[in-house]
Structure formats: C-alpha cells, structure tokens
Design a protein around this ligand. Structure first.
Ligand code: GDP
Ligand code: MG
Length: 162
C-alpha cells in the first residue's frame, strides 16, 4: 500500500501552502481568513524515490463550529488515515494552546510526527523554532512554505518514517 501523509495544525499556519508545495501544484486553496472550510483534499506526491498520498486536513469540512472540536476531529482523522503526520505550527506566533491540544492528541496516537515550524522566511526568525521543543513531538524543522525553504528537509524526514 502507498503511504499516507496527513498535514495537521490549527487554522492559518500554512497547511494548504505546504500541501501545495509538496504536491507541486495549487490543489488546495490558501486562505487569508482563518477557519474557512472546504472539501477534504487528497493528492499524490513523491519525493526522491517514494510515492505517497497527502491529505490537507484543514480542507476537511465539519459541521462543528467549535474550533477545539474541529481541530480534535481533524487530528483524529489524520491519525486514523495516515502513516506519518506533518504537524504544522506558526513560527511567528509561538506555541499556542491549540498547538498543545494537537500535540497531546498526536502523542497519544504514537504515530510518527514531523514538526514543521512554518513562516520562517529568513534566518532572522530561525531561533523561534526552539520554543516548539516544548510540544514534545520531536525536533522542530524550520520551513517557509511560501518561499519553498525547508520543505525538502520535512520530506526527507517523512519518507524516512513512511
Ligand atoms: P492553513 O489555514 O493552515 O491552510 O493556512 P494557509 O496555507 O491557507 O495560509 C494561511 C496564510 O499564511 C496565507 O496568507 C498564506 O499566504 C500565509 N503563509 C503560508 N505559508 C507561509 C510562509 O511560509 N511564510 C509566510 N510569511 N506566510 C505564509
Ligand atoms: Mg487550508
């Protein structure tokens, strides 16, 4: 079976931007307004010699308007369907309670997690990654999804875990 990789994280951290980078096309809609829901988004992708499927869980539409329930459901769907989970956080905003909630759910699942600290667009922001060790889900990897920086490092880790 082809491996499945799910992208999780709270609204507006850059999940869809990272998804599009990984897929190599603009499949997922990048939204400046947090919390906009749309259809669940799957695509095929590859890195080096590996083929896999990617899910943008931010695209999963839920009846729930409660953000805690929504993020919990998205994380649970990712855990159920994925072999490896990319957990995206925003390096410009630090660790928020919603990030801690996702981290706790992922830890309990024992699924392999790759922690992508997004919006590290230049080296001046790089020290922001260290706060994210506190999430307890592994080494934070600095990424700029919009600039395409660090995405290869994330994928190296992903395929090592697939
Ligand atoms: P999602 O809600 O997690 O899917 O986030 P989106 O991918 O829709 O992105 C939310 C906002 O963050 C958009 O305005 C993106 O252009 C912006 N964004 C995404 N990645 C980056 C990044 O690496 N650097 C910066 N500066 N902005 C980013
Ligand atoms: Mg999105």
């Amino acid at each position: 079976r082809k491996g499945v990789v799910a992208i999780v994280g709270r609204a507006n951290v850059g999940k869809s931007t990272l998804f599009n980078r990984i897929v190599g096309e603009r499949v997922s809609i990048v939204e400046d307004t947090p919390g906009v829901t749309r259809d669940r988004i799957y695509a095929h992708a590859s890195w080096l010699t590996r083929d896999f499927s990617v899910i943008d869980t931010g695209g999963i539409e839920l009846a729930q308007r409660d953000f805690v329930k929504e993020i919990r459901m998205q994380a649970e769907i990712a855990i159920e369907e994925a072999d490896v989970i990319i957990f995206v956080v925003n390096g410009r905003e630090g660790v928020l309670p919603e990030d801690e909630l996702v981290a706790r759910i992922l830890q309990k699942s024992k699924k392999p997690v790759v922690l992508a600290v997004n919006k590290i667009d230049d080296v001046n922001f790089r020290d922001a990654i260290y706060d994210f060790y506190a999430l307890g889900v592994g080494d934070p990897i600095p990424v700029s999804s919009s600039h395409g920086i660090g995405v290869g490092d994330v994928l190296d880790e992903v395929i090592a875990l697939l």
